[in-house]
Design a protein around this ligand. Structure first.
Ligand code: SER
Length: 337
């Protein structure tokens, strides 16, 4: 008999760290994690970790011979800035990697005779505003608007959403006598901010980098201009979004991919929040043209009404609470410790 499990890919990344802690505290299934990197010791004791590449088909085959996977959280990806340096490599990991896991999920569900849930973190990068004037005119973008990503990462995320929807429908048709075999669900996240980890290779990273640098008394040079504006979210809310969407009854869902957001800030406002708690912070602005262009192409805010209506999405942390109750106390602890 195979053991039942939840699979988390890209588990050594930022979302993985928070998601493991949350799932391990309440799920009865075994958690199997996959990443090219080892897991930090604090989380590795909570899961069965496999160090490997999602592109390694024989490793995936061995994995499913041992475990019956009921849910996949597919977090592995090359983020937006890093993907611009090696676009084809990013396409391989972000698209071919996702395709392989979608196929694995579909096969798993055929053996199980039950749907496999596939949870996919998509991104604000799936949008592409043509210019700053349009960005200002559409401050709360809906899911179907401005789907013209300008980065390889954004193209990959948008296309993988479509692949997930395609596979859900395709397998429903092939097995008309059975329930939906692949249950694909995605959320488009804004820039995420964790108190415990610093992201790498993303373009929204200037927010968390500014904060973590200030807590360590390090000077920080922000790579976008003070006016650059995008939405952000505290990491605990990102985990809530993923797990609530995973637990929502399918009948409640009117779409497969939902916007979720929390608060929008310009880089100058972000700095003001950091300085409020770390008055000695040394933050200057030296925009990098390429990264500034990416941030300018992302919406200043998202409309997440559909998620609020369909599965009662509501962030727990507004900007005040995110800084005062989650980010600052935990970051202080971390660096003082
Ligand atoms: N935070 C991601 C990035 O900056 C966007 O999803 O690439």
């Amino acid at each position: 008999m195979r053991k039942k499990g939840i699979l988390i890919t890209g588990a050594a990344g930022e979302i993985g760290d928070a998601l493991i802690r949350s799932l391990a505290s309440r799920d009865q299934y075994q958690i199997i994690t996959l990443d090219v990197r080892p897991l930090p010791t604090e989380t590795s004791s909570l899961v069965t970790h496999i160090q490997g590449d999602i592109m390694d088909q024989s490793m995936l085959a061995r994995l499913v011979s041992e475990y019956e996977i009921a849910t996949i959280y597919h977090l592995a990806a090359l983020l937006s800035t890093r993907a611009e340096f090696t676009p084809e490599a990013a396409h391989k990991v972000n698209v071919e990697g996702t395709l392989g896991l979608l196929k694995l999920a579909a096969e798993q569900s055929q053996w199980r005779g039950e749907p496999v849930l596939f949870i996919f973190p998509s991104s604000i990068a799936a949008y592409g505003m043509p210019d700053l004037e349009t960005k200002a005119r559409f401050p709360h973008v809906r899911e179907w608007e401005w789907n013209y990503p300008k980065t390889m990462y954004g193209c990959n995320k948008l296309y993988c959403e479509l692949l997930g929807i395609y596979y859900s429908q395709h397998f429903r048709q092939l097995a008309a006598d059975r329930p939906v075999m692949l249950d694909f669900r995605g959320v488009r996240f804004p820039g995420l901010i964790s108190a415990f980890t610093v992201p790498s290779g993303g373009t929204s990273d200037y927010g968390p980098e500014m904060l973590h640098a200030a807590a360590q008394h390090l000077p920080y040079e922000c790579f976008v201009s003070p006016e650059a504006c995008i939405p952000f979210m505290a990491m605990p809310d990102a985990v809530i979004a993923l797990t609530h969407l995973a637990n929502a009854p399918q009948s409640a869902l009117s779409r497969r991919v939902y916007n979720v957001t929390s608060f929008s800030l310009t880089a100058a406002e972000f700095k003001d929040w950091v300085v409020k708690y770390f008055p000695d912070a040394q933050i200057s602005f030296k925009p990098d043209l390429k990264r500034q262009g990416i941030v300018d192409s992302w919406p200043a805010g998202l409309n997440d009404n559909d998620a609020r209506r369909d599965w009662s999405w509501k962030p727990e942390y507004d900007v005040q609470r995110a800084f005062s109750e989650y980010l600052v106390p935990n970051i202080r602890n971390r660096y003082q410790g």
